[in-house]
Structure formats: C-alpha cells, structure tokens
Design a protein around this ligand. Structure first.
Ligand code: GLN
Length: 314
C-alpha cells in the first residue's frame, strides 16, 4: 500500500504535471533530445530513507547543480580565505552565463559560470602547463567526491562532455576573460575542460536528494555515514546556494520557497532543508532563468504545504 508520504508527493506531482510551459535546453543535441515530459521527485530524510516518485530511475546531466560541490572541494583544499580572495559571495542578479566580475575582478559568486570555472581551476595543479593527466586526476577526485555525496558511484556522459566542449564559446569567453586579468593559475582551457566534465556527470533525483541530505547533514552522507566535508563548508555552501543558487531568479525563489537550492539546465533542482532534508526534482522544461519550471513549482508546493520555508514563523 502507498505510504502517506508517497501519496502526498504523488498529489503534488499530479497538480504540477499539467504545466507544460518552458523549453528544454537546446544548446547541444543531447539536451534537446530528452523527453520533455520526464518528471521525478525524491526526498532523502535525515536517517537516509529516500522517498521517490515519477521517473526517478531516469538519469540526466547534473550541469550547474555541480557548482556547490566543486566549490565545497575548493574550500576544503584551499580554505575559505584563499577561495574568497578569488571568488566573491555576492548575488549577481545576472544570468548564469553572464560575462562579468566584481570591482576586484573576481567572479561575483561560485554559482554562476565564471565562479564555477574558477572553482574548477582551483582543483588543478597551480601551474600553466597542466596536461591531460592532471585534468584526469582532478576529475577522478571530482567524481569520487560527487559519488560520495550521492552515496553511489556516478559516471560522466561522454557525448554530453564532447558537445559541451565543442559548443562552449560563451564559457571559453568567460575563462579567457578571467585569464586576461591574470587571475587563473592554470590555463583557461584546462579549467574549462574540467568544468565541462563536471557538468556532464549523470545523476537521478535520488542522487540529488542524497547530495542534498549530505549538505543538510553538515557534510555526512546519511545513507552511508561517510563524512565528505566539514560543517563550516556545509554552512558556506548553503549560504551561497540561498543567495545565488537560482541566478537572477534567486529573489523569487527565496520568497516563495525559502530553501537553499541549486538548479541546472539539465532540468534538475537540488534543494536543502538544513538539518533535515535533501530534495531532488527533475523536469527538463526550463524558464527564462534556466530553472526547471515544474521543479520550481514542485518545491513551491512542498514548501508551502509542509512549512519548509526557512523563515517560517507560524
Ligand atoms: N553546462 C552549462 C553551461 O556551462 C551549465 C549551465 C547551467 O546548468 N545553468 O553553460
């Protein structure tokens, strides 16, 4: 028999499913080809138990939902002062792929592409002549870290990676701009290569819920008990997700949902209720900010019905 929670989640999905507004990302053929009807929701609670509904076996590329994880890795490796010297923590109010920096010529935050490409560069050896083996080694660490947060072995989609790399002029412009300021210690191409690989890792909503629960739990995966990062890093990551995770839709999101979150153009959204819950939603049609339309709506319902808004005072 369906549990109370499953029944409730199904009810939300039945309410949201008829919304077919928005458009699937089409900047690469692999994303344009996905089934626009795909829709899945997973919740991972504090003891690791996961509720999943809809197409939760469907995997999709993590895309920008990767950004908080790579930022966590950069914080772990270099410490907050060194990372802050290079990447700001101010909301940009701009599109995710905006070519902009602050008055110290730092990317404004790690949730937009400029900051995420910089964070990826900080996982490479600090020298210009980084080679393929260095990028492979850094990517192995990324895959290991993301997998540890998700609680299962993840893999990269080689076709998406090849397409991201072949079409990434905008990201290349961002990395070369950062390089022109003398900010990058690696070559811009090496940073981009690593960034394109991290965006191409395939996940399910169960993986996103597990990652969310790991962040909610202060860095310890509640399913495996593995400690992936410190409480301080979890707090920092949650802060930037709250202020910058939904790009120029961040204000609307905080008002209506009120949870730290991160979206990706693959159609995934990861949301976190600190101390309690990781939420993964998937639906590939996107709004004008590049956030999943049904994903946002699903989280609005969850937040409203369950009183999850972080400033809930009732
Ligand atoms: N690969 C995409 C890009 O870098 C990711 C962007 C996103 O998910 N918002 O443009």
């Amino acid at each position: 028999m369906e549990s109370l929670v499953d029944g409730y989640l199904r009810h939300i999905m039945d309410n949201v499913r008829p919304d077919r507004s928005g458009h699937v990302a089409d900047y690469i053929p692999e994303l344009a080809r996905v089934d626009p009807e795909g829709y899945a929701l997973s919740l991972c609670v504090h003891d690791g138990h996961t509720y999943s509904l809809g197409d939760s076996a469907t995997s999709f590329t993590i895309q920008s939902v990767s950004k908080p994880l790579t930022y966590a890795m950069a914080l772990h490796r270099h410490g907050p002062e060194a990372v802050d010297a290079k990447i700001g923590v101010e909301p940009s109010g701009e599109a995710f792929n905006e070519i902009s920096v602050d008055d110290r010529r730092r990317p404004k935050n790690p949730m937009i592409n400029a900051g995420a490409i910089f964070a990826a560069s900080m996982l490479l050896p600090s020298r210009r002549d980084v080679d393929e083996a260095d990028i492979d080694a850094a990517f192995t660490q990324i895959l290991e870290f993301y997998s540890g947060c998700a609680g299962r072995r993840l893999e990269m989609d080689a076709d998406v990676y090849a397409s991201e790399k072949a079409t990434g002029s905008r990201n290349r412009a961002i990395a070369y701009m950062l390089d022109s300021f003398g900010a990058l210690e690696t070559s811009p191409d090496a940073a981009l290569d690593l960034y394109f690989r991290q965006c191409s890792i395939r996940v399910t909503t169960e993986d996103l819920a597990g990652i969310g629960a790991t962040i909610a739990n202060g860095g310890e995966n509640p399913r495996t008990g593995r400690v992936m990062f410190s409480h301080e890093i979890a707090q920092r990551v949650l802060s930037v997700m709250t202020t910058c995770g939904m790009y120029d839709g961040a204000g609307d999101w905080v008002t209506s949902v009120g949870l730290p979150a991160k979206s990706g153009v693959g159609g995934g959204i990861l949301a976190v209720l600190p101390g309690q819950l990781g939420i993964g939603v998937y639906s590939p049609r996107l709004d004008e900010h590049g956030n999943s339309v049904r994903g946002v709506e699903t989280c609005e319902h969850l937040s409203r019905d369950l009183g999850l808004h972080m400033f809930n005072v009732t």
